[in-house]
Design a protein around this ligand. Structure first.
Ligand SMILES: NC(=O)c1ccc[n+]([C@@H]2O[C@H](COP(=O)([O-])OP(=O)(O)OC[C@H]3O[C@@H](n4cnc5c(N)ncnc54)[C@H](OP(=O)(O)O)[C@@H]3O)[C@@H](O)[C@H]2O)c1
Length: 254
C-alpha cells in the first residue's frame, strides 16, 4: 500500500481485475477502486458497456482498460489475464463479481437457468481464481475478493440453485484461504443482500418472483454500498484478513 505521506493514492501500485464490471456491483467496484489509484481491468462480455465505465474512469484521471471475456470459457479467461498483465502488470487483486441469478421454483424445472447459474457463479469464478493463483503465489502477494451473497449463508426459497452456487463460493473461499495463507494471500467474501442492479431483470419464473422477491418491500442497497465494503477489505494492512463482510438492507437481515 502506498505511504500516506508520499502523495500517492492508496491503490496506486495495484493492478485490479474486476469481473462483471459492465454493470451493477462490478462497475461500482471498478470505478471506486480506480478513484483510489488502482489500475483496473474491467471484464465482461459486453465491451460497449465496459467502455462506458473505462471512459468515466479516464475522465476522472484514473487508469482502466476494457477486457471482453466470458468467464465460463477457460481460453478467454486465460487470455483476459494475459492481456491485463501485458497492459497493466501482474494482477494484485482479483474481484469476482460476474454472476447471474434467477428466481425460480425447483418444481418449475428451469434446467437452462440452473446450468447458467452454476456455469457462471461457480465454474466461472473458479477458472478466474485459477488463472491468477500461480502468479500470486509466486509473487507471495495477492487478494481475491469474491462477491458472494447473503444467499451463500442461508438458503432462500425461490433461489435454491442460486443459493447453492453462493454456498459453493463460500466453501471454496474458506478452503482456499487456508491453502494460501502461507504465501501471504488473502481471500475475502462479500455477502450483499438485495442491491439495486439489473440482476433481477433476467428472471422468467414470474410466479416465483412474485412470491419470493422482497426487493420492493424496503429500501435496498445501492451498488456503491457494496463497493465501499470491498474498499475496506482491500485497504487493510497485509497482516489483516477481512474474511467476510455481510452488508444488507437494514430492514431485511437474514
Ligand atoms: N444485486 C443483488 O441484489 C445482489 C445481491 C447479492 C449478491 N449479488 C452478486 O453480485 C454480483 C454482481 O451482480 P449485479 O447485481 O451487479 O448484477 P448485474 O448488474 O446483472 O451484473 C452482472 C455482471 O456479470 C457479468 N457477467 C454475467 N455473465 C458473465 C459471463 N459469462 N462472463 C463474464 N461476465 C459475465 C455481466 O456482464 P456481461 O453481461 O457484459 O457479460 C455483468 O457485468 C453477482 O455475483 C451477484 O450474484 C448481487
Amino acid at each position: 500500500m502506498a505511504d500516506s505521506n508520499s502523495g500517492l493514492k492508496p491503490l496506486s501500485d495495484k493492478v485490479i481485475m474486476v469481473t462483471g464490471a459492465s454493470s451493477g456491483i462490478g462497475a461500482a467496484i471498478a470505478t471506486r477502486l480506480a478513484k483510489l489509484g488502482g489500475k483496473i481491468a474491467l471484464v465482461g462480455r459486453r465491451e460497449s458497456e465496459l467502455m462506458k465505465y473505462v471512459k468515466q474512469i479516464k475522465e476522472e484521471n484514473g487508469i482502466g482498460i476494457a477486457v471482453a471475456a466470458d468467464v465460463t470459457k477457460r481460453d478467454e479467461v486465460f487470455e483476459m489475464v494475459r492481456h491485463t498483465e501485458l497492459s497493466l502488470g501482474p494482477v494484485d487483486i482479483l474481484v469476482n463479481s460476474a454472476g447471474v441469478m434467477y428466481y425460480t421454483y425447483m418444481k418449475s424445472l428451469h434446467y437452462d437457468e440452473w446450468e447458467q447459474q452454476i456455469d457462471i457463479n461457480c465454474k466461472g469464478l473458479t477458472t478466474c481464481v485459477g488463472a491468477v493463483l500461480e502468479g500470486m503465489i509466486s509473487r507471495k502477494q495477492g487478494h481475491i475478493v469474491n462477491i458472494s451473497s447473503d444467499a451463500g449463508k442461508r438458503g432462500f426459497p425461490g433461489l435454491a440453485v442460486y443459493s447453492g452456487t453462493k454456498f459453493y463460493v463460500e466453501g471454496l473461499s474458506q478452503a482456499l484461504r487456508h491453502e494460501v495463507k502461507e504465501y501471504g494471500l488473502r481471500v475475502t467474501c462479500i455477502q450483499p443482500g438485495d442491491v439495486k442492479t439489473n440482476l433481477l431483470q433476467h428472471t422468467t419464473d414470474l410466479e416465483a418472483k412474485k412470491e419470493f422477491d422482497g426487493s420492493e418491500t424496503c429500501k435496498i442497497l445501492e451498488a456503491d454500498d457494496v463497493a465501499k465494503a470491498v474498499e475496506y477489505a482491500v485497504l487493510q494492512p497485509s497482516y489483516v484478513g477481512v474474511n467476510e463482510i455481510m452488508v444488507e438492507p437494514q430492514r431485511s437481515p437474514i
